[in-house]
Design a protein. Structure first.
Length: 540
């Protein structure tokens, strides 16, 4: 659902039939209205000049980096670190491999995903307490208070992300380290207590698991072979990684890619049923929203974690059916919900689309708004624009609220959403719910057009065609109309046909003009049928 076009006949070309369809005619967006629903700035957090670890690092590494900041460590904020996300790998499985199968194994970069050398950049390569601080100058064995606090925080981070070892943070961060200011008798008592022995055993277990995960080469080898298109060989390494690594150590990534390769990557030998089993294993991996919620970047909304990506793939499979896996839209919705619950914000946007478009379920505007609103509050630009579209017009079960709609358009526009920019341009062009501002409107149209919005491209062509606010330039108008038509905008097709029929801004081409008019008519352009009749009559 979008704002209704209000086409205006700027220039007569062929009698009353063939007209250049006008769009409502940007430089700085107006200040956004106060909205309690609009999320705050999502800029990447930086600590002591270091960027947050990328997805290649162990899950606990973001928490560990935050723990190095004394203030964040003291406040407990480090334990609420967001997980890093990564782009999804979605290759063309039918393309030939870049390296022939059976070639020597590739050299690996120093990262979990085996794709780049991260040493010295944004991913730490060692996280043990021995690498955190120097030994005290006096050579003593007792750690300083800050060292002890840091080591405990590091242990708590690893405990929070280690499966089956207990949560050291739940016991006050006690990882077996003894307070530096404890007396000999107190230390002796602590060291013989059952609680200390349990905490010390947990700490040793976490160190052992960290050692195994940090030196694992099965997962990065799987990724390196996958990126070369050697899927059968990659599958063997991912299976090894899945057997070796726990879910929070990379086992989730390994299970995901076993599922993806089994699903599609083996050509005629692919097994969708087996692939779905592995994808479900990854999608149902343990998830703790307190410390495992992924980071969300509204400019890259499709970045994901292994658990979220597996859930989305399953949802897509059941939404459409895949080979022997039957279509099941109810189950698809459940997997989109799972994706959202593990922090993948686009999962809620997709559920909004399902109810808004009635995909496999009766159309329900109120449910669509509910899902869109959840994603919009988390700063998903597509959900913000979709919510605004519905609120702008209103419908059964959803009262019209154009003031709120403008706020959501502005929120989406701040994230570069071209459709929202176009909607704001229309509002300022036509003076709907805001004071008309032609210059601001033109700026928004231009920004939306450069962002790929086809209707905004047609609007820019209209400016150049009529010569208002810019010098009249028919060649430039024709280019903008061509761009709009290429984006399947019916007004762009109609306007380009009008110029081709008259030879304005370039060569005359009646045959192409008629073809464009027929395309526009098929898309419901109301004036196109009369224009076709007029042009065919003139050509006789």
């Amino acid at each position: 659902m979008t704002l209704a076009r209000q086409n205006r006949p700027w220039t007569m070309l062929l009698g009353s039939a063939l007209l250049v369809a006008g769009q409502g005619h940007a430089q700085t967006a107006p200040p956004p209205p106060a909205q309690s629903e609009t999320p705050g700035d999502q800029d990447q957090l930086r600590v002591t000049g270091q960027r947050m670890p990328a997805a290649e690092a162990p899950r606990s590494s973001t928490c560990e980096v935050l723990a190095r900041d004394p203030f964040l460590r003291a406040s407990g904020m480090a334990s609420r670190a967001y997980l890093p996300t990564r782009p999804t790998r979605s290759p063309d499985y039918n393309a030939p491999p870049s390296v022939p199968p059976g070639s020597p194994l590739p050299d690996l970069a120093k990262s979990r995903f085996g794709v780049r050398d991260v040493a010295g950049s944004d991913v730490a390569t060692s996280f043990g307490p021995s690498s955190l601080d120097e030994t005290p100058a006096d050579g003593g064995t007792a750690a300083s208070l800050d060292q002890n606090s840091l080591a405990s925080a590091i242990g708590a981070c690893r405990g929070a992300y280690a499966r089956g070892a207990g949560d050291t943070s739940a016991s006050g961060g006690n990882t077996g380290f003894i307070a530096a200011n404890s007396g000999d008798s107190e230390r002796g008592a602590l060291m013989t207590s059952p609680e200390w022995r349990v905490a010390a055993a947990n700490a040793r277990y976490l160190e052992a698991r960290s050692f195994i995960a940090s030196r694992d080469r099965t997962l990065p080898m799987g990724f390196a072979l996958f990126d070369q298109g050697r899927y059968a060989e990659a599958l063997d390494w991912f299976r090894k990684a899945a057997n070796k690594l726990q879910m929070r150590e990379g086992g989730d990534e390994a299970a995901l890619f076993v599922g993806k390769i089994t699903l599609q990557g083996l050509g005629p030998q692919s097994d969708p049923v087996e692939g779905v089993k592995w994808l479900k294993k990854a999608a149902t991996a343990p998830f703790n929203p307190q410390n495992e919620t992924p980071m969300f970047d509204p400019r890259q909304p499709d970045r994901n974690t292994a658990v979220g990506e597996a859930a989305v793939i399953l949802a897509n499979i059941y939404m459409n059916g895949f080979g022997p896996v039957a279509k099941n839209t109810a189950e698809a919705r459940e997997w989109y919900e799972r994706a959202f619950k593990v922090g993948h914000v686009p999962g809620a946007k997709k559920l909004g689309d399902i109810y808004n478009e009635g995909l496999g379920t009766p159309r329900d505007g109120a449910k669509a708004v509910s899902w869109y609103r959840q994603a919009a509050k988390l700063n998903h630009p597509g959900a913000q624009a979709a919510l605004a579209d519905i609120l702008w017009e209103g419908e059964d079960g959803v009262p019209q609220d154009r003031k709120a709609a403008l706020g959501w358009y502005q929120a989406a526009a701040r994230n570069g959403h071209a459709g929202a920019l176009y909607a704001l341009a229309r509002a300022y062009d036509l003076g709907e719910e805001v004071k008309a501002d032609p210059e601001l409107a033109m700026g928004f149209y231009k920004t939306a057009a450069l962002g790929g919005n086809a209707a905004a491209k047609v609007a820019m062509g209209t400016y150049f065609y009529e010569g208002k606010m810019v010098p009249r330039d028919l060649a430039m108008a024709r280019k903008w109309f061509e761009a709009g038509a290429a984006g399947d905008d019916p007004d762009g097709m109609f306007n380009l046909a009008a110029m081709l029929a008259k030879g304005e801004g370039g060569d005359k081409d009646v045959t192409k003009a008629l073809a464009l008019l027929r395309r526009a008519a098929l898309q419901g352009h109301k004036t196109a049928p009369r224009a076709i009749a007029a042009l065919e009559k003139k050509s006789d």
